[in-house]
Design a protein around this ligand. Structure first.
Ligand SMILES: CC(C)(COP(=O)(O)OP(=O)(O)OC[C@H]1O[C@@H](n2cnc3c(N)ncnc32)[C@H](O)[C@@H]1OP(=O)(O)O)[C@@H](O)C(=O)NCCC(=O)NCCS
Length: 170
């Protein structure tokens, strides 16, 4: 994973994020977006890159191309809701947890203390990662979706153990 960088998303990432989305398998796309769209709508691309007082977005890049994306938005039951996706080729290298760590550090710096995440019930891999990251997380099953809630300050010590590098670099 040498050479991988995590940085805030930018509006000029639109073509890169389109290529990233187009490169995801149907399975990964469905697990992340709960639907297997063929071409991403312009509104989805804008949403994935938006960074403002309500939303945050990070991308992981390798050789200038996006290989992972994480976003958070405020509101709902918890202070922030997050979603993470890593391109198929790079899943299993710890990038998803690192993106989540970096995103939650930024959310915590903005005052957030609770995090939520919606995961498809069949998404065993993501649920395993969540149990590892947040052992005390609450999981509620609603119509095939697992609604996860956890305290951000319990997640922070994990991030400290995992990442000796700068929070925005892996
Ligand atoms: C869930 C996700 C973000 C995790 O990111 P990641 O970088 O793959 O995370 P990790 O490297 O820690 O790997 C997670 C687990 O998947 C396993 N894994 C990853 N790729 C694998 C593969 N191709 N075959 C089998 N197992 C694999 C890892 O061994 C690890 O298992 P463990 O928890 O028992 O150690 C990523 O798998 C993903 O993008 N999935 C699709 C989108 C999604 O489900 N998002 C979450 C809901 S928003």
């Amino acid at each position: 994973m040498q050479g991988t960088q995590i940085r805030p998303a930018r509006t000029d990432d639109d073509e890169r994020i389109r290529r990233f989305l187009a490169g995801l398998s149907l399975h990964t796309r469905t697990l992340r977006f709960f639907t297997g769209f063929s071409r991403p709508a312009a509104s989805l691309v804008r949403t994935l890159l938006a960074v403002d007082e309500h939303r945050d977005a990070l991308v992981a890049t390798l050789d200038g191309e996006i290989i992972g994306h994480a976003m958070s938005y405020r509101g709902g039951v918890t202070d922030v809701e997050i979603a993470v996706v890593v391109t198929d080729r790079w899943q299993g290298h710890g990038l998803g947890p690192r993106l989540a760590d970096a995103l939650l550090r930024r959310a915590a710096a903005g005052g957030a203390t609770t995090v939520g995440m919606d995961v498809m019930g069949e998404n065993r891999r993501a649920l395993r990662v969540i149990r590892r990251l947040w052992p005390d997380a609450t999981m509620k099953v609603v119509s095939g979706t697992v609604e996860v809630t956890a305290m951000i300050d319990r997640a922070a010590p994990f991030a400290e153990q995992r990442s000796a590098a700068s929070p925005l670099t892996v």
